[in-house]
Design a protein around this ligand. Sequence first.
Ligand SMILES: NC(=O)c1ccc[n+]([C@@H]2O[C@H](COP(=O)([O-])OP(=O)(O)OC[C@H]3O[C@@H](n4cnc5c(N)ncnc54)[C@H](OP(=O)(O)O)[C@@H]3O)[C@@H](O)[C@H]2O)c1
Length: 325
Amino acid sequence: MLYKQIGQSDLKASVVALGTWAIGGGSWWGQNDDKESIKTIQATISQGVNLIDTAPVYGFGHSEEVVGKAIKDRRSQVLISTKCGLRWTDQKGSYYFSRDGKDVYKNISKQGIKNDVEMSLKRLETDYIDIYFTHWQSVEPFLIPVSETMEALVELKKEGKIRAIGASNVTGEQIEEYVKYGQLDIIQEKYSIIDRRTEKELLPLAKKHHITFQAYSPLEQGLLTGKMTKDYRPEAGSARSGKKWYEPQNLAKVVDMLAGWQDLCKKYECTPTHLVIAWLIAQGENVNVLCGARKIEQLEDNIKGADIILATEDVQRMRESVLAL
Ligand SMILES: NC(=O)c1ccc[n+]([C@@H]2O[C@H](COP(=O)([O-])OP(=O)(O)OC[C@H]3O[C@@H](n4cnc5c(N)ncnc54)[C@H](OP(=O)(O)O)[C@@H]3O)[C@@H](O)[C@H]2O)c1
């Protein structure tokens, strides 16, 4: 397993991290067996994956609680990232969405962040968070300047409650604002071989500012593993429903594209899952991959992608086959 420094911090994280959105369950992902989730997280750590990502909103606190239980007796072996700014405990902020009976507001005010961090520390049963992300950025009508958000995060870092600052779902302009007011070490953005919107601005900007770029939903929620057939239809209201690549005509194209990589799978003795993870890692020295998994087998499978170094012509060939979709 390859380990890379997170931005300019003193943290070193495995190039593949474990995401625990699905482990939170709820209507996005359905019921889980928490004992299996805990075993998956613990196996992850013993396999050398030392970064576990969660967020308060994943299962409305449940994902953080499960992560907390899993890492309690091995806290020093692992880096935990969690997030702030999506709040459902009061109605202060810009309304974002409702789910599972909760109304969620975007609020990355200083006060909001200070409240969020205490709740996360409690749920995670720890006294520090390694990487603390702003989950979604501020919008009208409750628009908070980045200077205020960063002031809160820098204070938390000084107090030792967090070790590195991250931002998620940002624009280029927001990155420029963040770095004006402190040290931004990592951004977490949607990036897969079939969704490369971030390549134009965010990827080069992260590189310029020595910021780690962490790619989320790298498997397009399982689609790029090749496990979905052309007749797969997401359950209404689930995490996959309404997503562009799960529309029947797009899904069929992706299934065919993956089938067209059989020669690559043979060459590297691997599966499409490994190819798409290796492809992302090949996109830059500062790129890390955040894969969700709730079963040990999935996690073990995803790790293998980190061991493959694709030849430059194969990286290009994969990009071209996506362009032809
Ligand atoms: N910052 C943000 O706004 C944001 C947004 C989304 C995600 N994230 C983070 O990024 C993480 C990853 O993203 P994601 O969960 O959306 O998508 P993902 O990593 O692309 O896909 C995860 C899902 O794919 C399936 N899967 C994973 N490995 C597999 C394998 N080897 N074989 C077959 N199926 C496999 C599993 O589905 P099943 O469980 O159904 O089998 C798993 O839950 C999240 O957990 C979260 O931590 C952040």
